[in-house]
Every structure is written in C-alpha cells, then in structure tokens.
Design a binder for this molecule. Structure first.
Ligand SMILES: [Zn+2]
Length: 243
C-alpha cells in the first residue's frame, strides 16, 4: 500500500466517472486506492475533469502525450484524447521525472517498478530469457520479441493446463515473467479485488480486453498447432520428428 491522500470514493459513482472508458477507470482506481504508484491513462483533454479527479482522488496528472488519430477517407482525424501519466503522490512523480535524466536501463526498470510490476518480471522484460529456455523451432511459431509468458500460455492450452485466472486482470503494458510467477499472481489478486469492489463494469472490461487481445490469440495458436498434429509433449520438448 502506498502512502497517499485518501480518495473520495463517491467519484466512482459520478456521471463524470461513467464517461471515462472502463479500461482507463481500472488504472485510475488502482492509483487512487494506493495499489499502484503510477499508470498511463488516456482520456479527454478537459482541464475541469482532470482537476476534479485530481482533487477528489488525490492523484496527479502529468505529461500528456500525443493525440489519438485515425485516418479516414483521405483525412486524418485527431480525437481530443491524450495520454497522461498519473501518479499516486508528488514524491513518486518527482523521482520518476528525475530518473529520466539517468541511465536508460535504470529508467526503464524504475518505470516498471512504478507501474507496480514485480522485480522478476521487470528483469525478464529488459533481458528476455526466451532464447535460453526455448529452441528456435518453438520460437519460430511466435512474432518477433516473444516473451516466456506467451510461449507458456500456448504450452498450457496445448496440454490442458490451467492458466491462473488472475492473469486476465493484468494491465495492458504488463509482461509477467511466467504463468507461474507467484509475485504477479499475488499482485493481480489484489488489483482484481479492488477493481471489482469499486467498479464491476471496469473489471469486466479489463477481463474482456485481456481475453480478446491476448488469450484468444494463444488459444488460436494452440489450436493451429494441434491441427498440424503437434502434441503438447513435442511442443514442450521443442521438436517434431518427421518420417
Ligand atoms: Zn515475475
């Protein structure tokens, strides 16, 4: 738990709150409730809304990045959404901003730490161990820069092993070091409970997002491998014998 100003939880029932996308609400709840030091969050660039959330939830907004754009009928349309970094306290904001002047690797690690991710997962993200753990044949089934977590998910789907349901509540930028990472499972259990407690719709949206963006693709890949006649055992051993 992070030391911060107590949030006014009636915000979670307000009309303004319902206008924020459910995924962004998950980030806001975790930072406001002191369960995550920092998060990235995108929504309308309206000063009154930021001021309201900031004063009522005791969080800080900083550094808006870019605009959300899409290309349609030969025209670029810029939406009035911006991406913000939100902080649980001034102290966290200052140490993160000051760190940006130091070594890049240290900054990447500190950013992961402030996003709440465990040390083991940050280490795996910065120096992936995929090449050491899996052979080229297995890795060739995945897009470039695959992570251990992705490969283990496909292995699990192939062998009928259960993936802990906590992983459906990870944040979009979060890369757990393994499907067996106890620190992440412990962390996600707390995050899941808090989001469900204050905003059920947001929790369901996060679960749906993770299934659509990640797990559905892993299931699909496992299905394709099965269709090719590749067994869980062959995939685990990392080779296939052909006659
Ligand atoms: Zn980990």
């Amino acid at each position: 738990m992070i030391f911060k100003k107590k949030p006014n939880r009636s915000v979670y029932e307000s009309k303004i709150w319902k206008h924020i996308s459910p995924l962004d609400r998950t980030h806001l709840i975790l930072v406001a409730e002191g369960l995550k030091p920092m998060a990235y969050c995108s929504f309308l660039d309206i000063k009154d809304v930021k001021d309201y959330l900031s004063s009522e939830l005791g969080i800080l907004f900083d550094e808006a990045r870019g605009r959300v754009e899409f290309y349609h009928m030969g025209n670029y349309v810029a939406l009035p959404n911006r991406t913000y970094t939100i902080y649980a306290s001034e102290k966290i904001r200052d140490s993160h901003e000051n760190a940006s002047f130091i070594r890049r690797l240290f900054y990447t690690d500190l950013t992961g730490k402030f996003l709440g991710y465990p040390r083991c997962c940050r280490a795996e993200y910065m120096k992936p161990t995929v090449q050491k753990k899996f052979n080229d044949w297995i890795i060739s089934h995945f897009p470039p820069r695959a992570f251990t977590f992705q490969i283990e998910c496909v292995q699990a789907y192939l062998s009928g092993e259960t993936i802990p349901e906590e992983f459906w509540f990870r944040m979009p930028s979060q890369t757990p070091c393994s499907i067996h990472c106890k620190s992440t499972i412990r962390l996600l259990k707390k995050w899941k409970q808090a989001i469900y407690k204050y905003d059920r719709e947001a929790a369901e949206a996060l679960k749906e997002f993770n299934d659509r963006e990640w797990f559905k693709k892993y299931r699909q890949l496992a299905e394709n491998l099965k269709k090719k006649g590749i067994t869980a055992d062959q995939f685990r051993k990392g080779h296939i014998f052909r006659r």
